[in-house]
Structure formats: C-alpha cells, structure tokens
Design a protein around this ligand. Structure first.
Ligand code: HEM
Length: 567
C-alpha cells in the first residue's frame, strides 16, 4: 500500500514536471518566421495555387530550413532542407502522418473515401495494409510480367509513331489535355494500362477513341484543381460549412463532381462485382479482394469506410476509391517522369550518348534489356534518378499534418498544422545537390558499382525525395521504378529519338526545362507541356526485334484472356 502511494506520488510529480517543462518550452518557442500576409486571408493571395513551388523556393531561400504561411485560419509549416523534413516526417512520423484534407475535395467530392487524404487512423491502416499486399517490395515483383509485356507494346508504338508529333499540329487542352495522336498519349496508355490491370485486371488496348483514359486524366486534373489550398473558401473558413445549401454553392458543385467521378469509379467497380456474380474469374486487386471478403462471409458490404471487426474489411465505396487511388497515383506521375526523362536526355546529349554506349555494350542487338541487366547499367539508372531529382513529378509532395503540438529547432508547431516537405526546395538545395539546376547523373553514379535505387523511406539512405516521407511514403515506388527502368532502358536501347531542327538556326526545337511557364503544365503533378519528338528504330536489327516482340505479345494477351492491341 505504502509502495503504491510512493509510485503514485512519483508519477504525479513527474507529470507536473513534464507539463511545466513542456509549457515552458512552448512559451520559449515561437512559430517559424514567414512572409507577412493580410488580415483574414493571410498569405492566400501571394501563392499561385496551381504553381506554388517557385514562390515556396524563393521563401525557402529567404527563411531557411522552415517557414510558416497562413491561409485563412490554417497554419502551414514548410520544411525546406532534407534534414528538417527527415527529422519531422520520417523520425517523428508517429506525430506527422496525418493529412490536412481539403474539406470540399475530400468530404464532398470524394465522400471521405480517397486514400491519399485519409487521416492517420485505423481506416487508413486497413486500406494501406491491403494495398501493401500488392505493391510491397516482394508482391510488386509479380506485376513485372505485365510491365514487361506492356513495355514491348510501347516501344513498338513509339517506333511506328515516327515523326507524327512533328509533322502534325497538336494543341494541348486548357487543363493539360493531351491530343490522342501525340506521343505523350502513347506513354499515358502504358502507365494507365499497367495500373488498370493492377486494379481491375483489364488493359487499355486502344490508342484512339479511348474514353476511359480521357476520363481518368480528367478526374485527376479536376481533383488536383479542387484540392489546392484556397480553391474553396469553405476549405479555409470552417464556419462557412454551417451555411445551408442555398448559401453554399460549393456543396452542390462538389456533389455533382462526386457523381461524375462515380460514373467512372462506380462503373469499373460494378463490372467487377457482376463478373464475380457470374463466376467470371479476373485478376486484379478489386476482384481478389472481393473474393477474399466473400470467403470471410462478407460478400455484400455496401457503403463507406471499413468494418469494425479485426482485421477490418473495406466496404464497397472505400474499395472502389482505393482502386481509383492507385489509378490516379500511378498514371500521371509515372508518365510525367518518362516525358521529363526524354526532355532532359535530349537537352543533355552527352548523358544520352553515354547511356546508349553502356546499353549497347551490356545488351547488344540480339535482345532487349530486362531487369536482370539493371546492375550492369548503373549510368542508365543514375539518369532516371537524376530525372526525378531535377524535376520531381509531385513537386511539392503531399502535405502531412501535425497530429500533436510539437517543438522543432526552437520553433513551436501547433497541432493541426499542415506540414509540407518542400521536395522542390530540397532538390534545388546546393548544399545537398551542388549546381542543382544542372542535369548531372554522376551525382548517383560510381564507376564499376551498380546504382541502387535507395529511395525508400529510411532517412539515412535517401537519394532523392520524389516519393515523400515516413509512414505515408509512396506505396507504388517499387512499381514505379520498375516501370521507369523497363520502358526507358528499352527506349534508349532500340529507338533514336530526336527533337526537330529549326530550319533557320539549325538548332533543336526543345522547351527549356528552366523556363517554368513555357515548359511545365500547371497543377499538382508537374508534367512537361507537349513537345515534338521524332522516333525511329536504331537499326534494321532493332526494328525486327521490336516488331517480333510486339507480335509475340499479341498471342500472350490471348493466352491471358486479355484484349489484344488495336492499332
Ligand atoms: C514516378 C512515380 C510516382 C511518384 C513520383 C509518386 C510520388 C508520391 C508521393 C510524393 C506521395 C506522397 C508521399 C507523402 O505523403 O510523403 C505518394 C503517395 C502514394 N502513392 Fe505514389 N508516386 C508515384 C507512383 C505511384 C504508383 C505507380 C502507385 C501505385 C500504383 C502509387 C501509389 C501511391 C499511393 C497509394 C500513395 C498514398 C499513400 C498514403 O497516403 O498512405 N504511386 N506518391
């Protein structure tokens, strides 16, 4: 009894001390400095919502490792060095793994089901665990069969495309829409087909008149617009959410967008359910999940969220949105990286020449590169890494959220703040990457040694930050790296790609990667604007091999019960 009292008193004293010490520290600390804003709206009007990174880089250079901006009532802490971002988002990931979800985009447009904006809670853990079962380091190797076959189709498509993108006039849509006959569309077909097969066991087999591909990119474009901070005042001022429908136009607009999205995500999901009911076996995440769920006695599970039992199962809408999240997260990001690689290699002919020489020496002309060649192609891998460092597709990452009050470097970070790992500022930091605007694959290259990807969430083993941090680290990184390697090594191996030449100056016509507005589209994902390139097989031998690989793949599709390519 006496001993219990002593322990209790000890705990009480310790609690009081911790309370006072923390309170004292908090009182000593202040929020990070940042640009002065205006009353009520804070810094809202100083940040272009669809191209925030140049302004954030400027502020990073002015304020150092961390600065604060305020949008309405919301605190945003921006971390600008690898050390600051690693410390908070990776080492303290227990606190920093939530998301500051935009109200309209998440609660209304996504009906609270989009994985990328789920808070750090049990629901997210159930979803993340299920996805890990197909995208984790070991299960993602099974996806390589499809990546290998689809990459043969893409190389064939590029070879046949020749100078179509140079000779025809192509106009990009106002929201980054890509014309179907432009070479960007061939890359989009590849990345979308691979994630469509992953989610629903189907391919994108047509190049032209392909409504699903258009709709997926329209949904991605729309979502990235409506989720930008400040897009809706109701995101910034929560009090507005109490207004009745007649005074809250964003609500009906958001509901309409939800219905419009569900015409795609709901239809794909229903088709899977119908096939299952008819006993048609399909591969793909959704079908496999529905089968396992039925075996657990939960065949019908309409509605949102996850079940409360252990281990927890996704209801139908959460499942449809999880499949959608993979389609969204995996299509444009990977396509943008491929398109950026071509641009940067054409702008750095020395790097391209060296990649070709390496591939010719290791692979020769009797076969295409495979993943077994990866270790022997360190320059090629370094070029891919440097592409992601020089122009990371999700250029400002996805914001995390501080789920508790915290102190960092003498600064107070209040609970509820959005915390952004400023990937762009980190990649442009000359202390970490000397001469940061130059394309220098040698940063990642050691002669005679394989270049490891080494881009996992471990903060001690990072090459670049394009895949984010900590517990929210991109789940598709293994799949993305495998796609990038197989498509790009085959492209360099088999195809001569060149920019057209200006008849007057004789110089190649290529956008300048340093010209922010001239070269890059607006939006959450940084994609080059369309630019013309001509493609042709490097030799007759390469051409024959590419043709044969394409023809062989058609019989593979038949054996697998998948649609053949329509050209
Ligand atoms: C080059 C390609 C890609 C890039 C640059 C990329 C980048 C990112 C980034 C920056 C995040 C947020 C990380 C954070 O919060 O710190 C993310 C999240 C995510 N990515 Fe990727 N990604 C790529 C490809 C893919 C692919 C192919 C898939 C799957 C098919 C995928 C699935 C996901 C998922 C599911 C999340 C959400 C994780 C969560 O919120 O818990 N990504 N990605």
């Amino acid at each position: 009894m006496y001993a219990d009292l002593v322990v209790l008193a000890g705990v009480a004293v310790a609690t009081v001390i911790i309370f006072y010490v923390n309170g004292f520290k908090r009182a000593q600390s202040r929020l990070p400095d940042g640009p002065r804003g205006v009353p009520i709206f804070g810094n809202l009007f100083q940040v272009p919502p669809l191209r925030p990174h140049p302004k954030f880089l400027e502020w990073a250079q002015q304020y150092g490792p961390a600065f604060r901006v305020i949008i309405g009532q919301k605190n945003i802490i921006v971390l600008n060095t690898a050390e600051a971002a690693d410390e908070l988002l990776a080492n303290r990931s227990k606190i920093y793994s939530g998301r500051p979800a935009p109200h309209v985009a998440m609660d209304i447009v996504s009906d609270g089901q989009r994985m990328v904006f789920l808070p750090y809670d049990r629901e997210w853990k159930v979803v993340r665990r299920s996805v890990q079962g197909i995208l984790g380091p070991s299960p993602s190797r099974k996806l390589r069969t499809m990546q290998e076959l689809e990459s043969r189709v893409t190389i064939y498509d590029l070879m046949c495309h020749r100078d179509q993108s140079v000779n025809e006039i192509h106009i990009q849509g106002p929201n980054g829409e890509v014309p179907e006959r432009h070479w960007f569309a061939l890359i989009r077909r590849y990345t979308t087909s691979v994630v469509m097969h992953l989610s629903y066991g189907q391919r994108i087999h047509r190049l032209l008149n392909n409504p699903d591909v258009h709709k997926i990119y329209d949904v991605i474009g729309n979502f990235s617009r409506v989720s930008q901070p400040g897009h809706y005042l109701a995101d910034i001022f929560s009090i507005l959410r109490m207004l009745p429908d007649c005074l809250a136009p964003w609500r009906s607009e958001g509901r309409k967008m939800h219905d419009w999205e569900m015409q795609l995500w709901g239809r794909l999901f229903s088709e899977s359910r119908v096939d299952m009911a008819n006993g048609i076996a399909r591969t793909g995440f959704v079908h496999q999940y529905l089968r396992s769920r039925a075996e657990a006695g939960l065949e019908d599970l309409p509605g949102n969220g996850v079940t409360t039992d252990s281990p927890g199962w996704m209801h139908d809408k959460m499942l449809a949105y999880t499949a959608a999240s993979m389609l969204e997260a995996g299509s444009d990001t990977t396509a943008a990286t491929i398109e950026t690689f071509v641009l940067l290699m054409l702008s750095n002919q020395e790097a391209l020449k060296r990649a070709r020489e390496e591939i010719d020496q290791v692979v020769g002309t009797e076969r295409m590169p495979t993943w077994e060649d990866e270790e022997a192609l360190p320059w090629m891998v370094a070029c891919i890494k440097e592409t992601m460092r020089r122009r990371p597709p999700t250029i400002m990452g996805v914001p995390h959220r501080a789920d508790e009050d915290d102190i960092f470097g003498g600064y107070f970070i209040p609970k509820g703040s959005a915390v952004i790992g400023n990937i762009w500022a980190i990649h442009m930091d000359p202390a970490r990457y000397p001469n940061p605007t130059a394309f220098l694959p040698q940063r990642f290259y050691t002669k005679g040694k394989p270049t490891r990807w080494g881009s996992g969430p471990d903060s001690h083993d990072r090459d670049h930050y394009a895949f984010g941090w900590g517990r929210r680290f991109c789940q598709g990184s293994h799949m993305a790296e495998a796609s990038l390697f197989i498509v790009l090594s085959r492209l360099v191996w088999g195809i001569d790609f060149e920019a057209p030449t200006d008849p007057v100056s004789g110089r190649p016509i290529l956008p300048d990667a340093n010209d922010e507005e001239g070269c890059w589209s607006l939006g959450f994902i940084s994609v080059p604007k369309i630019y013309p390139v001509q493609f042709k097989a490097r030799s007759l031998k390469h051409e024959e091999l590419i043709w044969k690989a394409f023809l062989d793949v058609q019989s593979e599709w038949q054996t697998m019960g998948l649609a053949g390519d329509e050209r």
